[in-house]
Design a protein around this ligand. Structure first.
Ligand SMILES: [Zn+2]
Length: 183
């Protein structure tokens, strides 16, 4: 039972206050104490989720954060330990009254649209309808752009065939995510 009641409502806009929370830091090896890759950035009344590995939704709700209160998802690559809870995140929006208060944006490497199309074949047309009504999907290469006044740079990293690192530049500092550690 989620008790925050936040739903899709906006967070208060606290200027220049960036909070990073590691939601999941585990690997593909199941671990009762650690879910897989996901980081939450809270900035200027926005919630950004970087990667949505399996276990992310449960971890968010344990933190008291309603999954549908996420504004933007950034995906580094398509391995299950970074993306497996993406479809459940969308499915959850189907059953949350506040879901259409705002849109969800999903950014990821080239292939993201095809991935979602394939998931539509597996899960059904509700996914297409949701993408059309309240979810926007953006494919990225190495580029430089702004979201909500935040300067964001993406770069190819050497991991899965299409893997992106993200660099977020806020007025108070820089946070970067490689999406993997390499070995
Ligand atoms: Zn990987």
């Amino acid at each position: 039972m989620i008790t925050t009641g936040e739903g899709g409502r906006e967070l208060p806009n606290i200027e220049n206050n960036v909070v990073l929370t590691v939601v999941g830091s585990g690997t593909l090896v199941p671990d009762p104490m650690r879910s897989t890759s996901s980081n939450l950035l809270v900035w200027a009344g926005r919630r950004y989720l970087i990667d949505v590995g399996f276990g992310t939704l449960a971890a968010l709700t344990r933190m008291g954060i309603h999954p549908t209160s996420i504004h933007t998802v950034f995906l580094t690559h398509f391995h299950p330990d970074h993306i497996a809870d993406l479809i459940p995140l969308l499915f959850t929006r189907n059953y949350t009254a506040d879901v259409f208060v705002k849109k969800l944006s999903i950014y990821g490497p080239v292939g993201l649209s095809e991935f979602i199309n394939q998931m539509t074949s597996a899960y059904g047309e509700w996914l297409t309808e949701m993408i059309g009504s309240s979810v926007s999907v953006f494919e990225l290469k190495a580029e430089h752009f702004k979201i909500d006044g935040t300067d964001i740079q993406t770069m190819r990293v050497n991991h899965a065939p299409v893997s992106l690192g993200y660099r977020f530049e806020f007025p108070t500092g820089v946070i970067a995510f490689t999406g993997y550690t390499g070995y």
